[in-house]
Ligand binder design. Sequence first.
Ligand code: MTE
Ligand code: MO
Length: 207
Amino acid sequence: MNTMSLFGDNERKQKEQEMLRDGRLPPGQSLTLKWPVLHYGSVPHFDPARWNFRLWGLVENPVQLTWDEFNKLPRVKDTSDFHCVTRWSRFDNHWEGVAFKEIIKLVKPKPQASHVLVHAEQGFTANIPLADLDRDDVLLATHHDGEPLTPDHGYPLRLIVPHLYAWKSVKWMRGLEFLDHDAPGFWEQNGYHMYGDPFKEQRFDTD
Ligand SMILES: Nc1nc2c(c(=O)[nH]1)N[C@H]1C(S)=C(S)[C@@H](COP(=O)(O)O)O[C@H]1N2
Ligand SMILES: [Mo]
């Protein structure tokens, strides 16, 4: 019998009980100490010379940033939890990047802007209400645990929205489209919930 893995699982179960007690483990989830990789399609190649980040739609100031320009925006750090709809949760993730509030200051959404469609490489999208992005813990993250994101975790840029299921935490992000209505993104068109609150178990459109 492998005693190392036994110790490992005891540690995992102990932390899971702790998160449950603290009200941080959503229903139907279990804690993972590892960091699984989950996405549809392949890991895109990053070319800093061709990469851009587009902010458009119902905003006063539409902009398109190069990688250099993006990296000149003010930066923040935040620690938060991550809940995947496939039932694993990863706690106390250390993120670093640009606060979504900084993006709001930059583009100035028009009063009619109520939702954002997040765009990524290869046509991946996710829809999120603007109010859910206008929070201190929502980051456009470039770093995890002090290191640049690895390609499979979204390098060079991913969104982090800790209070919604992690399919909304879009990897390889390339743009934000500000809309006056909700419009389903990739997983939402494929049966996932339009909002996705893990504490209400809003997994599928039937929940
Ligand atoms: N571009 C893109 N981002 C994505 C996905 C995807 O398929 N494409 N999957 C989402 C899902 S379902 C999860 S759980 C998280 C997983 O992030 P991780 O691979 O860094 O753990 O990424 C999210 N971001
Ligand atoms: Mo997920």
